[in-house]
Design a protein around this ligand. Sequence first.
Ligand SMILES: *Cc1c(COP(=O)(O)O)cnc(C)c1O
Length: 426
Amino acid sequence: MISRATPVYLDYHATTPCDPRVVESMIPTLSRDFGNASSRHHAFGRRAEQLVEVARSRVARLIRCEPAEVVFTSGATESNNLAIKGVITKSGQQPAHVITVRTEHKAVLDACQTLEKDGTRVTYLGVDADGRVRLEDLEKAMTDDTVLVSIMYANNEIGVLNPVREIGDLCKSRGVLFHCDAVQAAPYLNCDVDELGVDLMSLSGHKMYGPKGVGVLYVRRRRPRVRLHALLDGGGHERGLRSGTLNVSGIVGMGAACDLVYEERGRDASHTRALRDGMLELLTRSCPELQLNGGMVDRLPNNLNVSFGDIEAERLLETLDGVAISSGSACSSASWDGSYVIKSLGSAENPDGRGGPADTLENEARARSSLRISLGRFTSVDEVDLAAAELVRAVGSLRREESLRAPSSCGPASCATGPEVGEGFD
Ligand SMILES: *Cc1c(COP(=O)(O)O)cnc(C)c1O
């Protein structure tokens, strides 16, 4: 059995550690450079403002926009809320129509639900068996009332990528605004806002080696100029879009994190892809019944989402020792009844739109058995070897328990032996 003081961390989709270089950049803002960025009349304030503007231009360099198009928020939950509620409220259109997808982050889905209570019409598109939204479905859903499309770049559970560029083109041709939650994509993929054709884009500091409590909403200023209603009333910071004293430390950290991603994104992508593929190989070698959730082609390089037959994820996580992973999203609910993302797989193929294969019992089980494994910049080959061995051990021990309890109804006996630990891969 593996027992480590510090478990192997494979939950980078939930949060990433702050890069030590980011931490270094933030330290002066906590002591010497403590000013309020709005205090223009003295040097302390001007210094803080200057630091914020450097950070703003670093974010702008990463997503290739104007610094004035970057709005700092408290995180991507706020960015998503500001984008969706801000556009619809400002439009004043009644009824307004929003199109989003069932597999979006809760911050998007719940913001849409709130709007629905006030009369906005929302279409929740299904996804194909790989977990991607289909362009033809989006096109069909568009009406003359459609004001906004909100579709994520990369899914936070299954890592699957949506055809963002094509969605951007379609939205542009229909004169519909396009908001994209690019939180999970940003550390790995080019998020050039013009190339992708997005009008609003959400980023989160703590998903890209920056600090928690800081995020970005990109808001296009030209062709078209996006107009937003603010969520907060107050001092009119951030061009009136986000009142509240600026989180200078967080913003400086976000800027440093964006610089590192800009420089190292390619390396991070190939590093995690090699480790991720190696991990998958180790797991499938020992557990042939392993199922992959979501398509493997258009997918983040650092994501794996797997089910071990019908072994429930919650039980597996309890049995796991020394590996920090999660089932689906880092949700707060105590009664977890399976991932809604996994349940939605295949829902686009079902004409009644009520969920495709995922609504079958088999896929309900798969939703409850899905494990999200996400790697990152600081993951090592040794950690992947250890984690794979530990997963195989846990699956094997649950299988044995199962077969002792119900000898006639057990699944394929597997995972009895571990992978060749230490063999590794390059
Ligand atoms: C984590 C996450 C969010 C929320 O970001 P916070 O900064 O934690 O509020 C939104 N969307 C996606 C896809 C995420 O993974």
